[in-house]
Write a protein that binds this ligand. Structure first.
Ligand code: SF4
Length: 357
């Protein structure tokens, strides 16, 4: 048997076992953009019994960045002498009237970087004001924290941060509290969990009685995660299980968590689709407050104004699936996205468009 045949046989065996164990209709949410893409890419949803519904949740870091945060970044890009550095997908996310890519075409200096520390090096080599636009969950925050601390250590007066970082656990709690979607099980994101640890989900699971399984990104790892969820449902359990033990420990990455804690503290944050979530984001600690880009350039965070036709917020809450948006594949495509869920390589709309047509 070839490796591919072996792989497919394992996937089929797992899907059969899921079908045998699954004894009730259930909605399972994958809280990770990479999971969403892998499910769509390998057609794993079609291997599951019809009573199991898979929904994408608020796990795509670019998608959950609010329109107000994008508009603030656009305002910074328009300040003479400012260079914006950020990650690739952010450049194409629409704000209320522009994108960073459009601002670049109009003459703004917007650069894509692979690592946050590149922004610090750039600041050292230029007289321009370098603003790092930092987005994402606990996975990307440690790198940004290290860059901010390094800029401080080097005494750079032309480096600052516009942070739009998000914390996963407050968002999951907000999602459950909103109650507009019944979620019976959560497939927890492998990447974020490597940082926060499987233990971070225990209080949440105890409070909301929702089974939660940390899963890896290979198709069979995800199917094993789904199997663990349906087993819990069939047995009336609601527990945290770690199906990705090679990468995720109970306590997480203590060094990365310490790096975050050195520079940031929890703060309220505006999420696309979920509104302001108490302690759902991170703010610079007082010792680093002089590196806050919005304060340095006197820019207020604008109100979020999203495209009226875009239903990304509902997609991120799992309230609708991407094809239910009337713009999907028509007014909104990867070439001409109306919202971030169609821009990002981790967005649910982009995944549905690419793999499900
Ligand atoms: S298809 Fe486009 S317009 Fe519709 S929710 Fe997705 S990103 Fe927004």
């Amino acid at each position: 048997m070839s490796r591919r045949e072996e792989f497919v046989a394992k996937a089929r065996a797992l899907a059969d076992e899921i079908a045998q164990v699954s004894d009730r209709p259930a909605t399972l949410m994958e809280v990770c953009g990479t999971h969403s893409h892998q499910f769509a890419r390998y057609g794993l949803g079609q291997m599951l019994p019809p009573q199991l519904e898979l929904l994408s949740g608020p796990g795509c870091p670019v998608c959950v960045t609010s329109a107000g945060e994008i508009d603030a970044a656009l305002a910074l890009a328009r300040v003479p002498g400012v260079t914006i550095t950020t990650f690739g997908d952010m450049v194409r996310v629409p704000g209320s009237d522009s994108t960073l890519a459009h601002e670049r075409a109009r003459g703004a200096d917007v650069r894509v970087m692979l690592s946050p520390i590149e922004s610090v090096d750039l600041a050292e080599q230029t007289d321009r004001q370098v603003v790092l636009l930092g987005v994402g969950f606990e996975t990307t925050v440690p790198g940004v924290a290290v860059a901010v601390a390094e800029a401080k250590r080097r005494g750079l007066r032309n480096f600052s941060l516009m942070g739009a970082h998000k914390r996963l656990m407050p968002a999951l709690a907000a999602l459950m509290a909103a109650g507009d979607v019944s979620v019976h099980g959560l497939l927890a994101p492998g990447h974020v969990s490597t940082i926060i640890g499987a233990g971070a989900y225990r209080e949440f699971v105890a409070q909301y009685r929702v089974p939660c399984v940390v899963a890896g990104f290979e198709p069979n790892q995800m199917l094993r995660g789904v199997l663990a969820l349906v087993k819990q449902l069939a047995e009336g359990r609601a527990e945290v299980e770690n199906e990705y033990p090679g990468a995720v420990s109970e306590e997480g990455n203590l060094k990365a968590l310490a790096a975050i804690d050195e520079v940031f503290e929890p703060a309220d944050s505006q999420w696309r689709g979920l509104g302001v979530i108490p302690l759902g984001g991170l703010a610079l600690r007082e010792e680093y407050a002089d590196l806050d880009a919005l304060a340095r350039f006197g820019i207020e965070m604008p109100e979020s104004r999203e495209h009226p036709a875009c239903r990304c917020g509902e997609v991120l809450r799992g309230a609708i699936r991407p094809p239910e948006c009337s713009a999907f594949g028509a007014a909104c495509t990867p070439e001409h996205p109306l919202g971030p869920c169609m821009v990002s390589s981790e967005g649910a709309c982009a995944a549905a468009f690419k793999y499900e047509g």
